[in-house]
Design a protein around this ligand. Structure first.
Ligand SMILES: NC(=O)c1ccc[n+]([C@@H]2O[C@H](COP(=O)([O-])OP(=O)(O)OC[C@H]3O[C@@H](n4cnc5c(N)ncnc54)[C@H](OP(=O)(O)O)[C@@H]3O)[C@@H](O)[C@H]2O)c1
Length: 234
């Protein structure tokens, strides 16, 4: 049986990933902030929970020991290198052959070839500046985390999520290498399917060292381009 660590297990994406891992029969270790442990009550007795900040290196070292895969929610919270500290600890302490899957948004670019709408550019600029001023969120640190992951020789995948919505699963999202590709134009994915993609990536070696940008399988742009994209993950 595979043993999977979910870092950031108590958030919305994290809980969907825990559920999906359990559905697949995986053993699950979850890491979440101490004040959020009760958000995982519905999994009591079915997963192990390690309370702690996800950028606490000792917490991560304990949590990832013996795991075949690590699913990490990169959250740009606070101003203490939360994302990059989390990513660094996961890469430093995960088993050498573990699959490491990280979540982030479309604003992360691997090769600078992504083409962004003015809306996304404006959002990142304005939201990033206000959040930094309020010392709430550090978008730049998520960028730094991704930079370190891209340089790593671990078996990483960075899954870049579009705008998200709640709702029933529509199946595995489709993906493309660059934001701006027509298949992604709808810019909407169900959060449950973001989790589905993250978990399926654990067993898809074609996604090693890729940064797929995803979109909902039933979104208009995906339906229109499903026939022509060669990168569809089925
Ligand atoms: N929201 C979007 O529209 C969107 C779009 C594209 C990509 N994404 C990506 O999707 C992933 C999940 O995002 P989400 O928006 O759906 O959120 P989420 O799953 O609810 O996750 C938020 C995470 O941040 C933690 N967190 C919240 N406040 C915190 C604080 N003050 N200090 C430290 N940790 C804190 C939460 O832990 P607790 O349970 O302890 O609060 C949780 O683990 C992220 O990687 C994000 O970049 C999101």
């Amino acid at each position: 049986m595979k043993k999977i660590c979910v870092v950031g297990a108590s958030g919305k994406l994290g809980q969907y990933m825990v559920q999906r891992c359990l559905d697949k029969g995986f053993e699950v270790v979850g890491v979440c902030r101490p004040q959020s442990v009760n958000k995982l009550d519905r999994f009591k007795g079915r997963i192990s929970v390690i309370p702690g900040l996800t950028n606490d290196r000792e917490v991560i070292k304990t949590a990832v020991a013996g795991c075949d895969g690590v699913l990490t929610v990169l959250a740009p919270w606070g101003i203490q290198q939360y994302s990059s500290g989390t990513a660094r600890a996961v890469m430093d302490y995960a088993e050498p052959d573990a699959r490491l899957i990280f979540s982030c948004g479309w604003h992360i670019s691997r090769d600078g070839q992504d083409v962004y709408s003015w809306k996304l550019k404006l959002f990142v600029k304005v939201f990033g500046a206000i959040a930094r001023l309020l010392r709430l969120v550090e978008l730049d640190d998520q960028v730094e985390a991704a930079r370190q992951i891209f340089q790593s020789d671990t078996s990483w995948t960075i899954v870049r999520g579009s705008d998200l919505e709640e709702g029933e699963s529509q199946g595995l999202p489709v993906w493309s290498r660059h934001v701006g590709d027509p298949v992604l134009a709808s810019n909407l994915t169900r959060r449950v399917d973001f989790a589905l993609f993250m978990v399926e990536a654990l067993e898809n070696d074609d996604l090693i060292h890729e940064a797929p940008a995803i979109v909902g399988r039933q979104s208009p742009s995906a339906l229109a381009h499903m026939q022509t994209t060669s990168n569809e993950l089925v």
